[in-house]
Design a protein around this ligand. Structure first.
Ligand SMILES: Cc1ncc(COP(=O)(O)O)c(C=O)c1O
Length: 389
């Protein structure tokens, strides 16, 4: 058997998409006109499938901060912080995150994916157990697998399922880690974090929450679902990314546990990859400053989310369970998802196609995501294109 035979399934998948005239991974934005509009094959296209929740990717101050950092510190760091040292801005960003989350410790990684690998592999080892929400992001799964810990999945957002597994763990429950997200990326639903905290305290377990999609979106000060549910100080580890609401790249972890300070010496996805570049750190810091000082961004985001969710609901589409900046439209089957996605793109609206097996319940979805930068006219246009499907 050749080394390459295992690619037969991927080849078949690609051929199937090509025969349906669809290539979601091949969409090219020739130019970008703004945070919410691009040009695809010469056609102006509304971007309704990004994670640009606060619409900061074209923010003048963020761009200026990035340009100034490029000019003064160069294009890249050319190495890891362990080997090549840190730039002052890395530490400044960590201090700003610690202050924002009111936590003694914060650590920055080169991507959100690396943050999850880095934290989970540092925290967990072969003798440990991890309880993982079944709908968790691939980076959380990968981190758990890489750690060598025993992995037990529980049903998505299901308190009783989690409790049963904690009971079964007996003495091991007190040294296990529960891993969940704040807002989930496909359906836009939120974890019952307050209840999870009560449960983890009862068993003496620890809780890690990935707020990748909730930063800047939930909580009075935009700190995520844990803040919105009043349990920010009870969560043991918060991880997140700069690549969504902050419009940059990179990941982070904050914690009230001193052990986070030791991750720098043991976390391979931190130690063995180049540190974030000066421009990326500068735009992230400016975006975080804006997230903190401009609550109107979150208000616009939610107003747009309500407009899109209610507009599509009124048209009779089957949506996720709650109003959210992620509006997932459930399709009858895979074929209708492919055809509708194609039609939307032809009509000038880009959304994400979500197909099994990477979807909850094995269903097919067209995932729309809303930005604070969408205008009410753009949201109206998205609804109107859906109406024509
Ligand atoms: C829940 C979650 N965690 C982590 C990540 C990884 O973040 P990044 O793309 O910044 O590496 C993502 C990205 O989609 C995500 O959805």
């Amino acid at each position: 058997m050749s080394l390459f035979e295992k690619f037969a399934a991927a080849k078949q998948l690609r051929a199937g998409l090509a025969s349906a005239g669809v290539d979601p991974t091949g969409v090219v934005f020739d130019t970008l006109n703004s945070a919410t509009e691009g040009v695809v094959k010469g056609r102006r296209t509304i971007l309704a499938g990004t994670n640009n929740y606060l619409g900061l990717t074209f923010n003048r101050e963020c761009i200026a901060a990035g340009v100034a950092a490029l000019e003064s510190q160069g294009t890249g760091t050319t190495g890891s912080r362990m080997a090549n040292g840190s730039y002052a801005a890395h530490g400044a960003l960590e201090a700003e995150l610690a202050d924002f989350f009111q936590c003694p410790h914060a650590m920055v990684f080169s991507t959100g994916y690396a943050a999850n690998l880095g934290v989970l592999t540092a925290l967990l080892g072969r003798d440990d157990a991890v309880l993982l929400d079944s709908d968790a992001h691939a980076s959380l799964y990968d981190g758990c697998y890489m750690s060598g810990a025993d992995i037990f999945r529980f049903r998505h957002n299901d308190l009783q399922s989690l409790e049963r597994r904690l009971v079964r763990l007996k003495d091991r429950a007190s040294r296990c880690l529960i891993v969940v997200e704040g807002m989930y990326s496909v359906l836009g639903d939120c974890a019952p974090l307050a209840e999870f905290v009560t449960l983890k305290e009862r068993f003496g377990a620890s809780l890690l929450v990935d707020e990748a999609h909730s930063l800047g979106v939930y909580g009075e000060r935009g700190r995520g679902v844990a803040e919105a549910q009043g349990v920010l100080d009870k969560v043991d580890f918060i991880v997140g990314t700069f690549s969504k609401s902050l419009g940059a790249m990179g990941g982070f972890c904050t914690s009230r546990h001193d052990v986070l300070g030791l991750f720098r010496y043991v976390s391979r996805p931190f130690m063995f990859t180049a540190s974030p570049s000066p421009a990326v750190v500068a735009t992230t810091r400016e975006a975080l400053r804006q997230l903190r000082s401009r609550p109107e961004l979150k208000e616009s985001l939610w107003s747009n989310a309500r407009q899109l969710y209610n507009g599509l609901k009124d048209l009779g589409f089957e949506l996720g369970p709650e109003v959210s900046p992620v509006v997932a439209v459930r399709c009858k089957d895979r074929e209708s998802a492919l055809a509708n996605w194609n039609q939307l793109l032809k009509d000038g609206v880009y959304v994400n196609m979500m197909l099994p097996p990477a979807t909850p319940g094995g269903a097919s979805f067209l995932r729309c995501s809303v930005s604070a930068a969408h205008t009410p006219e753009q949201i109206k246009a998205i609804i109107s294109v859906f109406k024509d499907l």
